[in-house]
Design a protein around this ligand. Structure first.
Ligand code: FMN
Length: 351
């Protein structure tokens, strides 16, 4: 029997919980970013302000739980639990792809988090290839049905190419995004899923009217790896060749600087120091997927909340030690770039 979207989602969660699904030979290159120590911070910890706004909504810390799931019964529980964590900590929350909900409207309840997160910044989610095939009104309906504040359109050509029966036609993507920006009354965020967004793509997105981009760079969860673990022999061989494909998160952030986009940093963000570095590289907020999911699986809402609190602690510490009273100041703090990241600065051209 053919695999359904729900079967695939179940297998993705299983692999992400326990298998080796992160990049092995490539990193975010955030280790090549140093923030400069300030031995005279002249700040009290209590006056450090980590709040910001994203898409017009206040966040108590510059964080969001990146879109992961929906479409199965276990996804219902995960979405609700993580949305409660987001609400309690005043951070954003992304839903996983709503493709299954479009196909089977009875699955809408698996994405329903508003009752658990009434004030949270909630992001709807759909793949660009699916959005290309749908009228704008259908995309709006999917977002409205979950009470979302904005809709993430995700880009995942690398994953699709390794997935048996994945999408193989990526034409008309930019035109679709321009159409959605024009037609939807909600903001449209463009989001990669672990391979990053080059400067050239950033320029094209900006030109299409996109204001917010979630880079989701390389160095964290690898969807090529996830699909390779599920693949038959032909795709497996390709997946092994392309296991390290993608633009490291630090490099994609540098590439988008100065384009006037609101940038969300994600892909391999694991600590509060990582979050601080991404803000210093120009991001407005950082998104985290895999570690929040794993913490939730291990210890439920409490463990996921404790992980978020550790992220905020690390961010605050970095702010004290760079003498940054707020995130704007952190965004202006000097950064020292080394190693391979400098090659990316020189090498990143069009794409
Ligand atoms: C279990 C799981 C499911 C995911 N499903 C989606 C999805 O449906 N839509 C999407 O845009 N991204 C999805 N992602 C990608 C994440 O949002 C994120 O971009 C990527 O995992 C990199 O972040 P990380 O290294 O913190 O995991 C998923 C990630 C995980 C771990």
């Amino acid at each position: 029997m053919a695999e359904t979207i729900s079967d695939r989602k179940r297998s993705h969660l299983e692999l992400c919980e326990a298998a080796e699904v992160e990049y092995a030979g490539k990193t975010t290159l955030l280790e090549d970013v140093d923030l400069v120590h300030n031995a005279l911070p002249e700040l009290a910890v209590d006056e450090i302000a980590v709040g910001t706004t994203l898409l017009g909504k206040p966040l108590r810390a510059p964080l969001l739980i990146s879109g992961m799931t929906g479409g199965t019964e276990e996804a219902t529980e995960i979405n609700r639990g993580l949305a409660r964590v987001a609400e309690a900590h005043g951070i954003g929350f992304g839903l996983g792809s709503q493709r299954a909900m479009h196909r089977t409207p009875a699955l809408a309840h698996t994405f329903a988090v508003r009752d658990h997160a009434p004030t949270t910044l909630v992001l709807a989610n759909l793949g660009l290839v699916q959005a290309t095939a749908l009228p704008s009104a259908d995309v709006e309906r999917l977002a409205r049905a979950v009470g979302a504040d904005a809709v993430c359109i995700h880009l995942n050509p690398a994953q699709e190419m390794i997935q048996a029966n994945g999408d193989r036609d990526f034409r008309h993507g930019l035109a679709t995004l321009a159409r959605l920006v024009r037609d939807l009354p909600l903001p449209v965020i463009v989001k990669e899923t672990g391979c990053g967004v080059s400067r050239g793509v950033g320029e094209r997105l900006k030109h299409a009217g996109i204001g917010t981009v979630d880079v989701s760079g390389a160095g964290g969860t690898s969807w090529v790896k996830v699909e390779t673990l599920r693949a038959g022999s032909r795709e497996r061989e390709l997946g092994e060749q392309f296991a390290d494909w993608g633009i490291p998160t630090a490099a994609t952030l540098l590439g988008l600087r100065g384009l006037g986009l609101d940038v969300i940093a994600s892909g391999g963000i694991r600590t509060g120091l990582d979050v601080a570095k991404t803000i210093a590289l120009g991001a407005r907020a950082a998104g985290i997927a895999l570690p929040v999911f794993r913490a939730y699986r291990e210890g439920g809402v409490d463990a996921a909340a404790a992980y978020v609190e550790r992220l905020v602690d690390g961010l605050r510490l970095a702010m004290v030690l760079t003498g940054s009273r707020d995130l704007e100041a952190l965004g202006r703090t000097p950064v020292v770039l080394g190693g391979r990241l400098r090659h990316w600065l020189i090498g990143e051209g069009g794409a």
